[in-house]
Design a protein around this ligand. Structure first.
Ligand code: SF4
Length: 64
Protein backbone atom coordinates (compact mmCIF):
# COMPACT_ATOMS: atom_id res chain seq x y z
CA UNK A 1 0.00 0.00 0.00
CA UNK A 2 1.20 3.49 -0.82
CA UNK A 3 -0.26 6.55 0.86
CA UNK A 4 -0.52 9.93 -0.82
CA UNK A 5 -1.77 13.21 0.64
CA UNK A 6 -3.12 15.90 -1.64
CA UNK A 7 -1.62 18.80 0.29
CA UNK A 8 -3.47 21.36 -1.84
CA UNK A 9 -6.73 19.86 -0.60
CA UNK A 10 -5.74 19.19 3.05
CA UNK A 11 -7.26 21.60 5.55
CA UNK A 12 -5.38 20.21 8.56
CA UNK A 13 -8.45 18.84 10.28
CA UNK A 14 -6.26 16.20 11.90
CA UNK A 15 -8.68 13.29 11.60
CA UNK A 16 -5.98 11.26 9.89
CA UNK A 17 -3.60 11.81 12.82
CA UNK A 18 -6.29 10.61 15.22
CA UNK A 19 -6.96 7.49 13.14
CA UNK A 20 -3.35 6.55 12.34
CA UNK A 21 -0.85 8.49 14.48
CA UNK A 22 2.11 6.37 13.35
CA UNK A 23 1.48 7.27 9.72
CA UNK A 24 0.24 10.87 9.75
CA UNK A 25 1.30 13.99 11.58
CA UNK A 26 0.35 17.65 11.31
CA UNK A 27 2.83 20.30 10.29
CA UNK A 28 1.35 23.10 12.34
CA UNK A 29 3.54 25.72 10.70
CA UNK A 30 2.38 24.89 7.20
CA UNK A 31 -1.07 23.77 8.40
CA UNK A 32 -0.93 20.56 6.43
CA UNK A 33 -0.76 16.84 7.12
CA UNK A 34 2.56 15.10 6.59
CA UNK A 35 3.35 11.44 6.07
CA UNK A 36 5.55 9.69 8.59
CA UNK A 37 5.58 6.60 6.38
CA UNK A 38 4.46 6.36 2.78
CA UNK A 39 4.42 2.56 2.69
CA UNK A 40 2.91 1.46 6.01
CA UNK A 41 3.21 -2.16 7.13
CA UNK A 42 0.30 -4.58 7.01
CA UNK A 43 -0.44 -4.07 10.71
CA UNK A 44 -1.27 -0.39 10.15
CA UNK A 45 -3.33 -0.73 7.00
CA UNK A 46 -6.70 -0.80 8.69
CA UNK A 47 -5.85 2.42 10.53
CA UNK A 48 -4.74 4.01 7.27
CA UNK A 49 -7.97 3.02 5.53
CA UNK A 50 -9.87 4.52 8.45
CA UNK A 51 -7.84 7.73 8.13
CA UNK A 52 -8.68 7.98 4.43
CA UNK A 53 -12.38 7.39 5.20
CA UNK A 54 -12.32 9.97 7.99
CA UNK A 55 -10.67 12.78 6.01
CA UNK A 56 -13.44 15.33 5.49
CA UNK A 57 -11.97 16.65 2.26
CA UNK A 58 -10.88 13.29 0.76
CA UNK A 59 -7.26 14.37 0.60
CA UNK A 60 -5.80 10.91 1.29
CA UNK A 61 -5.35 8.50 -1.59
CA UNK A 62 -4.33 4.87 -1.18
CA UNK A 63 -2.71 2.82 -3.91
CA UNK A 64 -2.12 -0.90 -3.94
S1 SF4 B 1 -7.80 14.37 7.72
FE1 SF4 B 1 -7.51 15.15 5.65
S2 SF4 B 1 -7.74 17.35 5.85
FE2 SF4 B 1 -7.38 16.53 7.88
S3 SF4 B 1 -5.19 16.66 8.18
FE3 SF4 B 1 -5.61 14.63 7.40
S4 SF4 B 1 -5.36 14.83 5.18
FE4 SF4 B 1 -5.57 16.88 5.99
Amino acid sequence: MRVLIDTARCEAHGDCVMAAPDVFDLDEEDNVAVLLMADPPEALREQVRQAADDCPVAAIRLEG
